[in-house]
Design a protein. Sequence first.
Length: 412
Amino acid sequence: MAAYAPPGEVVTDLETPPTLELSDDLGEFSRAPTIEALTRLAREVILDPTYPTVRAWTRSGRGAVGCFPVYTPQELIHALGLLPVSLHGGGESVEISHADAALGSFLCSISKSTLELALTSRLAPFRAFIFPYICDVSRNLEGIFSRVLPGPPTHMLHLPQNLHSAATVPFLVAEYRRLIEKLEKAGGTPYDPDRLATSIELFNAQRARVAELTTTKRTQPGKLTLSESYLLRRLGGLLPRELHLQVLDRVRAELAERPNRARDAIRVLLVGSFCEQPTLDLIDLVEQVGCYVVDDDLLQVHRWYDRVDPDGDPLENLATAYARSTIDIGVRATPTTKGEAILRRVEAAGAQGVIFLTAKFCEPALEDVVLYRRALDRQKIPYLHLEFEERSTSYEQSRLQLETFAESILFD
Ligand code: SF4
């Protein structure tokens, strides 16, 4: 097993050496002149499992914290002077050769590839890791991380299951305080409510910009592809948020001038990928075969609540935003309103059908699909269910299924 290098040290024993070197100020993103250039760069960053943006950020001694999906309030990490980084596994770039020994076969890919990244020192630039308790897999992964990585602390963020009790918000505030204590010890600056309020405003602005991007995709789906929208959003969990805002401002200006290139395609809702992410090839494929994805579950980090109140006690506001969020995904114990929720989303998006794109062995997503299908069947809304794994390389069968699905709606 490769040794775990302390933050800032160059990792030399990787199976795949770092390929992309970025400048300390990540100026490559400010200078990328077009959306095409930005998304090309984003693709390179995402396919490099050594976290080039984090290596660049931490080179001068700054700290970064890895956040497993879904519900870490990243504002809190930012307020302590650390870079919150969304972890999304190893994607298509990581061969699993160590993690299999610690995890069973019938588990989602993100759990294995995230552990593989840790065991091969690719997570060396991080100061700490946070695992929200979203499912048994994430809970166990936190335990394994704390054993295999002797240096950086890990934290299991417990989430309230009953969202309607008077104790819900105080419970979550207490959990956030536990997290703060740990991050302060991991090199964060001491907690200051005013700084958290400022961070909340910054993240509100980021979410609003991301929402604009998704609105554009819904109302003018020919303006940008799903891949472009995805890559631009994914950068938001990797870059300093101030820089991501600047990037999205430039994207907004460019999109205003771009034509809405309409083509014969069906409007679909893409549901189920709220934790493990499909590969970039699969994301490309969905639109190549004749679909416009007009709403999706990808990258929940930007949408699991709309806006956090910046006034008043900021910790309470963060907890309240979680408890009151109406975003309903498989890892959140809400009353069984899932059927209604999917029908509302279909209607709001003006979707003609639903594609369930779920990670293999992701029980929370699969349980939701059962509930969603019942509601869609009742309303005779067509749907297709595909499963994916991070290391899939051939999509011939998925292509065929997607083409058949799109044509059955187009020529109905
Ligand atoms: S993909 Fe599903 S099973 Fe795996 S960690 Fe995420 S929510 Fe849990």
